[in-house]
Design a protein around this ligand. Structure first.
Ligand SMILES: [Zn+2]
Length: 252
């Protein structure tokens, strides 16, 4: 009888533990809003620019704590460039940000799937697309020519931005910066154009998409409008996206 009671008590404790962990993970993200998440990134970048990085716990305790699960408060889709490491630029520690890095910060199905996983399953409330000054992938696309091997797939994704930049900017020296900006916006637009999961979460205001360009000289990330100002590659998709972006922007 006593033995039976003990067993029942243990089952009760286990059930409570399960309920508790479910509660913790169901809340998603870090339990903060998209705007609060963006403010955290902006604050972190300010600390980085000023050389006043916060003391971060990257030791055994934090690592062990994170074996229970992750709740990154933001997803960063950035270039692989060694000079642009998001954890440093935004002064964040272990488990804080979910980073997808690919040359030229483009978004194809693999990158979109990674972002979808973070917003859908980990509950991250913010996606920031990060372009950067002097991006080699964009520079190669501006230069033109036939890229070797698989690099062509990246160049192809950047081409619409370069085309638009060349049409808009007359000064040759400014084409690269304009193309970097357009490419960043195009990727931000692709998140909702090419992913029904992200689009749905943005419409529900559970997720916000932001875009920024990293200035190598100052260390500052300049936030830009996530929606492209003009027409994108596909007129049907872009007009749809444009209306949608304006709609979501009006809510903030
Ligand atoms: Zn780059």
């Amino acid at each position: 009888m006593i033995r039976m009671r003990r067993i029942l008590a243990s089952i009760g404790v286990i059930a409570i533990l399960f309920a508790y962990s479910g509660m913790v993970f169901a809340s998603g993200g870090a339990g903060i809003s998209p705007d609060e998440a963006l403010a955290k990134l902006v604050d972190g970048n300010t600390r980085f620019v000023e050389g006043k990085q916060a003391q971060k716990d990257v030791g055994n305790n934090r690592r062990t704590e994170l074996t229970k699960g992750q709740q990154p408060f933001a997803v960063i889709l950035s270039c692989s460039d060694s000079r642009v490491p998001p954890e440093h630029i935004f002064d964040q520690g272990l488990g804080d940000i979910f980073v997808v890095r690919v040359a030229g910060n483009v978004a194809d199905s693999i990158e979109l799937g990674s972002v979808e996983y973070a917003v859908e399953h980990l509950g991250s409330p913010l996606i920031l697309v990060l372009g950067h000054q002097m991006c080699g992938a964009v520079k190669a696309t501006v230069a033109g020519g036939k890229p070797e091997g698989n690099i062509g797939s990246i160049v192809k994704k950047i081409e619409p931005a370069v085309k638009k930049a060349k049409a808009q900017v007359k000064d040759k020296d400014k084409v690269l910066d304009a193309a970097i900006l357009e490419n960043t916006k195009n990727t931000a637009a692709a998140l909702t154009q090419k992913s029904a999961i992200i689009k749905h979460l943005v419409e529900e205001k559970k997720v916000k998409i932001a875009a920024g360009v990293y200035n190598m000289s100052t260390g500052k990330v300049e936030l830009v409008e996530a929606a492209s100002s003009g027409k994108a590659e596909s007129s049907h998709e872009s007009s749809h996206e444009h209306a949608h972006a304006e709609h979501s922007h009006a809510g903030h």
